[in-house]
Design a protein around this ligand. Structure first.
Ligand code: ADP
Ligand code: MG
Length: 700
């Protein structure tokens, strides 16, 4: 298969070899992530200029989006301050007038000259009681003859641009390249013809053309859906191929006896929920199947993922294998060890704790006992995957809060004899997104909370009400054995000034309203050990009120914590707020989460907080949260070049994700090597798109 990937592939040629694109322009293009001809062809418009039906200028109203058409009567440039130039262009259409305003684009002066006819689209606003459009999309109607044909199109593409790459130039370039058979001939169809017929989708080449220069809205939408599917399908195929390969690997076959598991479950102070039981059953099946498990376990905050993971680890120990439980924070590792070491040891399971803070001598002992196989279960942080940590026979690795770790870290654990993997996430990711991000994982969801959870009330209050909130907290803390969190998010955890003012606030509260209550502070500049100690004092009740500047969001489990005040909640995203709130309401008492934003709130922040108060369900909140962000952001820092998804959105296109997943799995079940002749174009596209993520030899 690797033979198919070569520099002779015309689509892989650098842009500078296209006629009319020299090295300088090629460099400009590369700032848009466009390196190759294929990148260029897949650089899609962000919107379209509708040349069809301009609105008469006397009928416009402020606030409306409109397309207008008129002749330039006058134009002028101002420079209100250094570094800002404003170009104003007055347009007239025989019915009325409008001003087009452009910032810092001095070259436009030469393009939008007096007398030329302009079509522009944008939002109409009022400026000194006259109509204007700020930074509209526009096109000159009387330009050179060769762009006439372009203007006969009903919808003109509007591309994302960068310095040195103008709209008109890019349009013409794409029009030219789309007319070069040496390139377009290489854009092969990748989907079976039956699928296209069934879905009424255009072919791939046709769809790419339509996206750049649509014939009409209808064809544009069909083409867009088709190309979204392609993006999702390739990603799913990548996952499906990896999954297939994994299933064919030999996994460690565990016995699945319950000499240890049964007493462990029996000793718990609660019964597993149905949902926990179901997930555990699936995991057990995986572990005894003979294949290798790679499973993502999702569950809302407090749904009880930890015991399920521990039960799985015990199955491994029962099968005479070692197991590892990795968490992202030292305090969490300690918390797990503290809570579970004794019950596990009493079953005869040898446990140990390894973190960055483990003293050198103890660390040496642990490493030796891991290697000799004496330790059965190791709790720890990233320290687990350091150089020198060698397990004698690792059977199962659990990675908690897995989004905090990278792929490489998972890979590192796998290098220890290919153990079964269970990764867990408390940031609930909607199913379609999880499928997009982790196509090669199997997915389990704990979808109910343990019964008997007390009421958790969330209130949207405000900064000015803080005195009342504080006195409420004080009363509760004096009367009951409860704990309270005060959260002060810093804009930047490293900022000394901000930290100083937070500390001052802490001192003030400590010697003021909360003078008769033991208080503590944790912040991001403390050492992990000092943080752990502060949390420990809080857990034990030595301190009762914990002020935190660091986001203490993940995993902290203190049943007595019932009160939380969040200052500046508008600085957090919904998922983060949900994680924070999940720190309270874990015991048996009614809990209160109070939000104290400043009085003046932006509209979107206000909506976010209101929806946070309304929804308790983490999945709902995550969905709301993610819908507001683009795919690029969801995938985090994108690699250079084209983003994996530029058209499709993993949430908004949930149905297409599902379809792509089903089709990708079916295809790889039929033909795991993609060797059929008509799959060749698909194979080469997959290789071009994901060459760095596919181990070539393994795929074909
Ligand atoms: P998360 O899924 O957020 O990691 P945890 O595993 O920390 O949740 O569980 C939250 C709390 O609920 C813990 O104190 C845990 O002991 C408790 N718990 C877990 N399962 C149950 C259950 N079935 N019934 C009652 N309490 C449970
Ligand atoms: Mg947890």
């Amino acid at each position: 298969m690797s033979a198919e990937f070569n520099k002779e592939q015309p689509l892989e040629r650098p842009c500078q070899f296209i006629k009319g694109v020299g090295p300088r322009r090629a460099e400009d293009l590369s700032r848009l992530g466009i390196e190759t001809v294929e990148d260029l062809l897949l650089h899609f418009p962000r919107s379209y200029l509708d040349l069809g039906a301009p609105e008469p200028l006397n009928r416009l109203q402020a606030g409306q989006r409109a397309t207008v058409r008129g002749r330039v009567m006058a134009s002028g440039e101002r420079q209100p301050r250094r570094g800002m130039r404003i170009l104003s262009v007055l347009l007239e259409d025989g019915h009325g007038r409008i001003t087009l305003t452009f910032f810092n684009q001095p070259y436009l002066k030469k393009i939008i000259r007096n007398g030329v006819e302009v079509i522009a689209a944008g939002e109409v606003s009022l400026f000194r009681s006259a109509l204007q459009m700020v930074s509209p999309e526009f096109e000159i109607l009387e330009s050179e003859p060769d762009s006439r044909s372009m203007l006969e199109r009903p919808l003109l593409p509007v591309y994302p641009l960068t310095r040195g790459v103008g709209q008109r130039w890019l349009r013409k370039l794409l029009e030219r390249v789309l007319a070069m058979p040496e390139f377009t001939g290489e854009l092969r169809e990748i989907l079976p013809q039956e699928w296209l017929t069934e879905m009424d989708w255009p072919g791939r080449i046709d769809a790419i053309r339509q996206l750049h220069f649509p014939a009409d809205r209808g064809s544009l939408e069909r083409a867009r859906t088709r190309l979204k599917f392609d993006e999702l399908f390739l990603l799913q195929l990548l996952g499906a191929l990896r999954r297939k390969r994994r299933q064919e690997e030999h996994g460690i076959r565990l016995t699945g006896g319950d000499r240890l598991l049964e007493p462990f479950l029996a000793a718990l102070p609660f019964e597993l929920t149905d949902s926990q039981r179901k997930v555990l059953k699936r995991i057990r099946e995986d572990l005894i199947s003979g294949g290798r498990m790679n499973r993502l376990l999702q569950g809302d905050v407090g749904s009880g993922k930890t015991v399920v993971a521990l039960a799985a680890l015990i199955i491994a120990v029962e099968g005479n294998m070692q197991s590892a439980f990795m968490v992202p924070l030292e305090v969490l590792a300690r918390q797990h060890n503290q809570k579970w070491a004794i019950p596990l040891e009493s079953l005869g399971v040898r446990t140990a704790l390894l973190t960055g803070g483990t003293p050198a001598r103890e660390k040496r002992r642990i490493l030796a006992e891991l290697k000799s196989g004496e330790i059965d279960l190791l709790f720890g942080t990233q320290a687990l995957i350091q150089e020198g940590v060698d397990f004698a026979r690792l059977g199962l690795a659990v990675v908690d809060e897995q989004h905090r770790f990278g792929v490489m870290q998972r890979a590192h654990l796998l290098s220890q004899g290919m153990p079964h993997m269970l990764v867990m996430s408390a940031t609930p990711i909607p199913r379609s997104l999880a499928m997009t991000l982790y196509g090669d994982l199997d997915l389990s969801i704990i979808d109910e909370l343990p019964p008997g959870r007390p009421a958790l009330v969330t209130r949207l209050s405000s900064e000015s009400k803080l005195p009342e909130i504080y006195s409420f907290i004080r009363d509760r803390l004096l009367k009951e054995d409860e704990r309270a969190f005060l959260i002060f998010p810093l804009v930047e955890e490293g900022d000394k000034l901000e930290l100083k003012s937070a500390k001052e606030e802490f001192e003030e509260l400590k010697s003021g309203v909360f003078a008769d209550i033991p208080c503590d502070l944790v912040h991001g500049r403390m050492s992990p050990a000092a943080k752990s100690e502060a949390l420990e004092r809080f857990r034990s009740g030595e301190s009762r009120l914990l002020m935190a500047t660091t986001v203490i969001e993940v995993g902290i489990d203190i049943p007595e914590a019932t009160l939380m005040v969040i200052h500046n909640p508008e600085r957090f995203g919904l998922s983060q707020l949900h994680q924070l709130r999940g720190r309270i309401g874990r015991g048996t008492r009614k809990s209160y989460c109070m939000l104290a934003p400043p009085e003046m709130l932006g509209e979107s922040a206000g909506e976010r907080l209101t929806s946070f108060v309304r929804h308790k369900d983490g999945f709902k909140l995550a969905e709301e949260d993610l819908k507001q962000r683009g795919p690029g952001e969801i995938f985090g820092a994108r690699q250079h070049g084209r983003p994996e998804l530029s058209l499709a959105h993993p949430l908004l296109d949930a149905e297409l994700v599902e379809l792509a997943r089903i089709r990708a799995r079916a295809l790889t079940d039929d033909d795991p090597e993609l060797v059929a002749v008509d799959l060749r174009p698909l194979r080469s596209l997959l290789l071009r798109a994901y060459k760095d993520r596919l181990v070539l030899s393994g795929v074909g």
